[in-house]
Every structure is written in C-alpha cells, then in structure tokens.
Design a protein around this ligand. Structure first.
Ligand SMILES: Cc1cc2nc3c(=O)[nH]c(=O)nc-3n(C[C@H](O)[C@H](O)[C@H](O)COP(=O)(O)OP(=O)(O)OC[C@H]3O[C@@H](n4cnc5c(N)ncnc54)[C@H](O)[C@@H]3O)c2cc1C
Length: 392
C-alpha cells in the first residue's frame, strides 16, 4: 500500500534543512543582487550544523524510501529562501552518468561535477532537432556546435553533451559525450543573467573541432558492435534519468510554492487573519477561502511528486507519473506564489522581504526538464496510447 510516512530520524533531517535554510537567508539578497558571483563552497554557518551527507549515510531501510525522501529533501530546501550553506558536488550530468555510464566511466568521473548540455539556440523542447555534431576520426570524436542554458555550467568540471552522429537518423543518431572543461575547442561563451534561481549558474557553450577520446561516449564498449548497442542504450538510459529528475524539479517548484504559502500565511496571521476551520464554508472570508484553495493545490502537487518517487522506490514504472508530478509541480510553482502575492499586496514585491524570490525562482520549474505543455503531451500520449510521431 502506498505510504508516505516520514520516519522520526528523517523528520529531524528535514527540520535541520529548514534551519540551515533560515541561517542562509542573511546572504540571499547579496547573491540575488550580485548574480555574477558564484556561491562559496562553504559558508561559516555550515559548521553550526552536523553534516547532512553523514546523516544520510546513517539512514536505514526502516526510514523513508530513498527516492521519496530525496524529493522531500529538495522540497524542504526550497521552503526557505536561504542560500545553500554547503555546495554539493553533483549536477544533472552526474545523474546521466549513473544511469548510462559503464563501471569504468563511473569510477573515472563519479566524483566529477558534470553538467548536462542538450539545449541549443534552435532546439529546446524538441531535442531531436539538435544540430551539434559528433564525427568519429580514428580513436577520437570531433564535436562541433553551440549549446545554451547549461545549469551548473560555470561551476562544473565537465559536461555530458548531446550531439548527433547522423542527422538523418533523428533521435537514433544522438549520443551523449563526456567532455572535460579544459578540452581544447570547448569554450564557455557567457553566464546567463536570469529572473530567478540567480544562485544557480547557467552557461552557454561552444564546441569547435573539439576532440575527445572515443571512450568518452556514455556507455562505451571496446567492441564496435557492442559499442553501438551500448551507446544506444546509453541514450535511452539518459532519457530514463528524466523519470527521477522531473519529479526532482517538480519538488523544487513545490518547495517554492510551500515557502511562499508559509511566508504569506504567517504574515496574514500577524494581522489576525487565519483560516477558521470551525467556521464552515458560509462563514469563511474570501481571504480564508483563497488560503485553503492554495494549500490544497500545493498539497496535491506535493503528493503527485511523492507518488512518482515512491513508484521508483518500488522499482515500478513511473514514466507518466513523473510527467504528472512535473506538470502539477510546475503549475503550483507558477501560480502558488502569485496567489499569495495577491493576498499580501505591496509587501510582496518589496526588496525588504524574500517572498518575491519564491515567485521568481519558481517560474523555471515549469520550463526546464520539459515544459508543462510537453509534460501534458507525454501524459496524453500515454492515455491515448499514441507515439510521439502520432501526437506532437
Ligand atoms: C535557467 C535554465 C536552466 C536550464 N538548464 C538546462 C540544462 O542544464 N541543460 C539543458 O540541456 N537545458 C537546460 N535548459 C533548457 C530548458 O530545458 C529549455 O529551455 C526547455 O526545454 C524549453 O525549451 P525552449 O526554451 O527552447 O522553448 P521551446 O521548445 O522553443 O518552447 C517554447 C514554448 O512552446 C511550447 N511548446 C514547444 N513544443 C510544443 C509542443 N509540441 N506542443 C505544445 N507546446 C509546445 C513550450 O512549452 C514553450 O511554452 C535550461 C533553461 C533555463 C531557462
């Protein structure tokens, strides 16, 4: 039976995440206003808290299942507006490596921060439209093309890049390549300035006759036939990572919505405005009704994220549930903070409060890792049993 009970030990970890977030809030405005600066590896306040990684390592099978708990961790990180006190060493490319890399590749790059670079100026939602090319030349691949919107693109040490080996093959021609930052021909063009998630560095790249060893194709096998199959499996493996990264992005967006709700309901409570659960529908005010509606939508989105993760924990397919959670999470992160701002009025846009940050930060969760529209397409294809060629 489905069960989202959080163990006592895990609840303590989640509370620590909130406390760390609050401790990071004093730095938030500075890094919002100085977007060009990268967060330090560690803030002094991090030493006031026991290492989360060490606490994660002590979790037992009796605690909350791993993927479900991971979603809660992401959500709780976003409930406060604080900067992260200790920067992690993982990025999206690391998820691709764990899903599709060989044992040798995992041993080689497992501890390397790897970004993920798919999007191009002419290819976003439609990933098969990518034009970056990979041409084999003896023992090397030669990469050429331009990439945009690479999360962690400045801070990373390497990147998993999608390029086509044959445009005529469409998706089947696309492979993933690991490229290290110091490789000749690989350049960072710029760091993007953004509406929200300003603490997250987003880069644009160019690849010009960038040569990498043939072993850097994700899933590489020395034997040519096995290598082709492994690289194809590698591509499919990378696609599968979306089944966990989509709920993860949704979890972040839900966290933003929950954070805005918490800020708004506390600010209203300070003015004596609180939901009177005893009053009944005919006696509640319009503001109380709105708070109930926002909370219910946030809760529904949260549950859809936990459901997608719980299926993964059980080893069950979660393709459609991952998209449902992303669509739902994307919706509440856009609308939840805005609806709270409607209730708060002027203070909601003031620099003196951090509530406007939830609105700006939340917006992206409905865009990257597949927009809300694309998630709805995936859900529709599943319900109608249509292929991507039949419904696009
Ligand atoms: C801050 C940030 C970080 C990012 N990080 C990464 C990253 O790390 N790696 C990476 O590879 N990419 C990254 N991206 C890119 C992101 O995944 C794309 O922006 C996203 O997939 C949408 O692509 P697009 O911007 O080209 O929009 P488009 O695909 O051009 O879409 C424009 C609009 O049309 C809609 N649309 C498109 N096709 C359809 C359709 N078939 N049916 C209905 N509606 C449709 C979309 O929903 C959207 O509303 C990032 C983007 C941003 C802004």
């Amino acid at each position: 039976m489905i069960d989202f009970t959080v163990s006592e030990a895990d609840q303590k970890i989640l509370e620590q995440i909130i406390a760390e977030g609050r401790a990071g809030e004093k730095y938030t405005r500075y890094y919002e206003d100085n977007e060009d600066e990268i967060l330090p590896e560690k803030f002094a306040e991090a030493d006031d808290f026991p290492s989360l990684l060490k606490q994660f390592a002590t979790r037992s099978p009796e605690d909350t299942p791993a993927a479900t708990f991971q979603m809660l961790v992401i959500m709780y990180r976003n409930i406060t507006a604080g900067v992260t006190l200790r920067q992690g060493r993982g990025a999206l490319g690391n998820a691709a490596l764990s899903a599709a890399g060989t044992a040798e590749q995992k041993a080689k790059w497992g501890n390397t921060i790897l970004a993920m670079s798919i999007t191009e100026p002419g290819a976003g939602s439609d990933t098969k439209a990518i034009t970056s090319t990979a041409k084999q030349d003896g023992d090397e691949w030669i990469l050429n093309g331009d990439k945009i919107f690479v999360t962690t693109g400045i801070r990373c040490e390497g990147v998993v890049v999608w390029a086509t080996t044959d445009k005529n093959l469409g998706r089947a021609g696309i492979k993933s390549f690991v490229v290290m930052k110091d490789t000749p021909g690989f350049d960072i063009l710029r760091k993007e300035k953004k509406l929200g998630i300003r603490n997250s560095d987003t880069a644009a790249y160019s690849f010009r006759d960038c040569r990498i060893p043939k072993e850097n194709v994700l899933g590489y096998q020395p034997d040519a036939t096995a290598n082709k199959k492994a690289a194809d499996d590698g591509y499919k493996g990378v696609l599968k990572t979306f089944n966990m990264t989509r709920p993860g992005v949704a979890a972040g967006g839900v966290g933003n919505a929950l954070g805005a709700f918490k800020f708004g309901s506390e600010a209203l409570a300070d003015e004596g405005i609180e939901v009177d659960w005893e009053a009944g529908v005919h006696h509640r005010t319009a503001v109380q009704d709105k708070l109930i509606e926002i909370e219910a939508d946030n809760e529904a989105a949260k549950l859809s994220v936990l459901r997608a993760a719980w299926l993964a924990d059980k080893g069950l397919s979660n393709n459609v549930e991952a998209s449902i959670s992303k669509a739902k999470g994307g919706e509440v992160c856009r609308t939840g903070p805005q609806r709270i701002m409607d209730l708060l009025g002027g203070m909601s846009v003031s620099h003196d409060h951090l509530v406007e940050k939830f609105m700006r930060d939340g917006r992206i969760s409905d865009i990257y890792e597949g927009t809300g529209q694309i998630q709805r397409l995936i859900i529709a294809r599943n319900i109608l049993e249509l292929s991507s060629a039949e419904l696009s």
